[in-house]
Design a protein around this ligand. Structure first.
Ligand code: NAD
Length: 435
């Protein structure tokens, strides 16, 4: 369903009227396309406090354009060395004069250090960076995004910086992403097809977000397997054919779904995307047990079951990636969605607990995307006023597109993202619901 308000505010009278009425002013976001692969303009690299990161060579490879910042497409502020309130003032001093000059749809990325549990001063000011980042994200406007990356090793964060400093992260803002110290994988042979030679299975891929994920992973070179329920088999085949992949008609809630996936892919798989999901909304007082259990079964139990089965069978090859789909409803809660919110919070719990073990025992990372309001059939069915509120109640004042979730998934699935593990990354335009 088209966002008519967004189209209206893109016209001169629309802009005039909505400004006079004090209504939201969504900017047209510039997303990745073959014609627009990088942000237009230069990168400004600033530092607050004494940094030990070897950032310059990484930024030279990942940043938009040149280091001549005119116009400024992106600012990277290295605040990893901030350990006390006095040095925190350097964050203000560095960004205060330049924020205004960041171009529309530009990026601000703040780099922080992991919190040091033995140093409450360092923890206090490094935590302060989160409040700073989220507040700046809420006020910066013009389609610009602000994110915080906690890291210790610049090279291990290269794929993450590449994503955040590109048009692919147009709808990711206000996020805090932790990047571990390694391992730093070899970059893919062909940077334009990083998933070449890899097999990716996407559940619920016959339409909506799953279809966009399959399409984006295929763009990145993966051989895709489009899994969906038998009644959506025709659509699944259509998608698979278009992407040069294969379709697998399977209800993911089947007790032996994991074994059947493994049997269908005897050579194994590299990327497993748990995207299939359903809603059966009712307030708890009106919710019969079957509406509860069907949502928990599709959104959480089947994710647990198939993940366990595929890991136990060794079906995920080392270097593999699992990306599950949570939701802001699971993080912030949503009226009428106790079942859905529970299932999606469960996904976040699964990811955080399994990630270290899956990496240690199988060489597989486990992360989640948590979409906010994304323009799909699921959200088109939402009543008009709730839909309008969902679209506007985020810092970018518009809904995201399935491709925004897909690009975030592709970053997590990237062979060089091995140091990103156990993260739940919201793709929500910085929803004003919850943190
Ligand atoms: P959608 O309803 O358009 O598509 C979901 C797909 O999953 C469908 O093709 C459906 O047939 C498939 N599916 C459902 N049950 C299945 C099962 N048992 N086995 C196999 N396939 C099954 O939904 P969408 O909007 O594209 O959402 C995709 C995912 O993103 C879901 O997990 C959803 O909860 C999550 N999400 C969506 C939004 C949003 O705004 N659209 C927001 C937050 C989270």
């Amino acid at each position: 369903m088209a966002d008519r308000y967004l189209s209206f505010t893109a016209t001169a009278p629309g802009r005039f009227l909505t400004r006079r009425l004090g209504l939201p002013q969504p900017a047209a976001l510039r997303r990745w396309s073959p014609e627009y692969p990088d942000l237009d303009g230069g990168l400004l690299h600033l530092t607050a406090g004494p940094s030990t990161l070897d950032l310059a060579p990484v930024l030279a490879r990942t940043g938009p354009g040149t280091l001549s910042p005119d116009p400024v497409a992106a600012v990277v502020l290295d605040a990893t060395g901030v350990r006390d309130v006095d040095t925190l003032a350097e964050v203000h001093a560095a960004l205060h004069p330049v924020v205004r000059s960041v171009a529309a749809s530009g990026r601000v990325v703040v780099l922080g250090a992991p919190l040091d549990p033995d140093d409450h001063h360092q923890s206090a000011v490094q935590q302060a960076l989160e409040g700073f980042t989220r507040s700046l994200g809420k006020e910066i406007g013009r389609g610009r995004t602000v994110n915080l990356v906690r890291l210790t090793d610049a090279a291990a964060a290269e794929s993450t910086l590449r994503f955040l400093l590109s048009p692919k992260s147009a709808y990711v803002s206000g996020q805090v992403i932790g990047v571990g110290a390694g391992p730093v994988a070899e970059g893919p042979a062909d940077p334009h097809r990083p998933l070449a030679g890899r097999t990716a299975l996407v559940t619920g891929a016959a339409r909506g977000i799953g279809e966009a994920v399959a399409e984006t992973l295929a763009r990145d070179g993966a051989r895709v397997v489009v899994l969906d329920v038998p009644r959506a088999e025709e659509d699944a085949h259509r998608v698979a054919e278009r992407l040069g992949g294969t379709a697998l008609a399977l209800d993911i809630t089947a007790a032996d779904a994991g074994e059947r996936i493994a049997a269908a892919l005897p050579a194994g798989l590299d990327v497993l995307i748990h995207n299939a999901g359903v809603t059966r909304d009712r307030r708890l007082v009106n919710m019969p047990a079957d509406r509860w259990s069907s949502v928990l079964d599709v959104n959480l139990a089947s994710v647990l079951r198939t993940t366990d089965a595929l890991l136990a069978e060794g079906a995920l090859r080392p270097g593999g990636r699992i990306v599950a789909t949570a939701s802001i409803a699971g993080l912030a809660g949503n009226a009428g969605q106790t079942n859905y919110g529970a299932s999606k919070a469960g996904v976040a719990g699964l990811v955080r607990a399994l990630a270290p073990r899956a990496l240690a025992e199988h060489g597989v990372t486990v992360n989640a995307v948590a979409p906010g309001f994304i323009e799909t059939r699921m959200t088109a069915a939402v009543p008009l006023f709730i839909r309008e509120a969902g679209r506007r109640m985020n810092s970018l004042a518009q809904g995201g597109l399935p491709v925004d979730v897909a690009e975030t998934t592709a970053w997590l699935a990237h062979p060089a993202s091995g140091a990103v593990n156990g993260q739940v990354v919201r793709v929500c335009g910085q929803s004003l619901l919850g943190a």
